[in-house]
Ligand binder design. Sequence first.
Ligand SMILES: Cc1ncc(COP(=O)(O)O)c(C=O)c1O
Length: 464
Amino acid sequence: MSQAVRKMQYAVRGQIVMMADKLQAQGKDIIFTNIGNPQAVGQRPITYFRQVLALTDLGDYGLDHPEVNTMFPVDVVERARKIREILGDSGTGAYTGSQGALGFRKDVAEFLEKRDGHPAYPGNIFLSNGASSAIESVLTTIMSTELDGVMVPIPQYPLYSALIAKLTGTQVDYYLDEENNWAASKQTLEEELKKSILDGVDVKALVIINPGNPTGQVSNRQELEVICKFCSDNGIVLLADEVYQRNVYAPDKEFLSAKKVALETSGCEHLQLISFHSTSKGLIGECGRRGGYMELHNIDGYVQSQLFKLASCSLCSTVSGQIMTSLMVNPPQPGDDSYELFQKEENGIFEGLKRRSKAVVEGLNKVDGINCNPAEGAMYVFPKVELSKKAIAYAEEQDMTPDTLYCMSLLEETGICVVPGSGFGQKEGRYGFRTTFLPPDEQMIPAIELFASHHRDFSAKFAD
Ligand SMILES: Cc1ncc(COP(=O)(O)O)c(C=O)c1O
């Protein structure tokens, strides 16, 4: 079998989660904070999205029902009709074109133009199965030999390391600075590039995740300019993972897309950029729908045609994901029948995330031996945990990383399932974990005290 597949690791669903599933099957209550899967931990779907999705799927019992206008809000019915026009007679059960239906890609392009104030073209948009499939297609297309490198932020979302391992390319780590709110410095980027050149590695692409997973930072214009310039100057394709663009909680921060910054930074006119977005995150959380897109900017026409060929081999992304993407980028507007309820539901989700992001960081920072940067955005915190020499030595004896020992103990003692920091990459000698703040207040707020009491007990048990 493929040794590359054997080598792949994906900690978000790794050893700790498998144990959590086992304990749950034995009847233990588990609080799953290991994965950004909002609806799996109680987030309710937004009504408007589900109404439109249902109507587009149902014929005689839905859009063609004589009473449809009395059963659904007017704007829902209109939107479902528009979607039917886009898909044509074949409807939601047929393959679309490989890149996704043109009408939905037009919606995405309009959204991007409004968001960034710069032109966007449906021809440069590829609809995808979540962001994951788009990221995989791009990495597959970019890497051709073992010495083709991709620069990845550390800590990173482990899809990147997993795919690079699967594609047998070279992962070039660039460390984010925890003391500087997880920013990437120009010096680090340049040093890592220099080292990889000396090792014979040809760096093809660089990944940024903004807002950050697992780190929760929201990059400012200056930080993005540094990245854009670095990539532009060195002929490196920038891969901007922007799936958390709606998840910004820090009052003094706003999401800025890499494309906007590149287009407004002199010297970056020719930056090759691919940006990713998804219906799984934001305030939507429709992870199972598998919707998303990528936008190509300044990508060579031949490379684009190869990406198209690759997309053709998978026929098309899921049609309900394509519809969901169109709804995400073009939601109800003021004056529409559904607007008030839509706003209320979205605000409720946003305020809950914002409240818990603050509560979790504050609660963890009160614990002696835990240190946590603010969660300015995304859905995660990534605290640093002080571990004793005794705990580290014991973990080594057990053939696990020290933070795996810690997270396993947290799971067994409290039922909280998190992911060890080592699964995302971190500086040598740093230990920690990633937790989401997705579960509802009634679960998450008491969990903060459980994190604290577990840390005290664990530290006492392994005191040097
Ligand atoms: C940073 C980041 N990128 C991409 C993804 C992929 O998500 P999806 O394929 O559901 O869009 C995730 C999922 O957690 C993520 O955190």
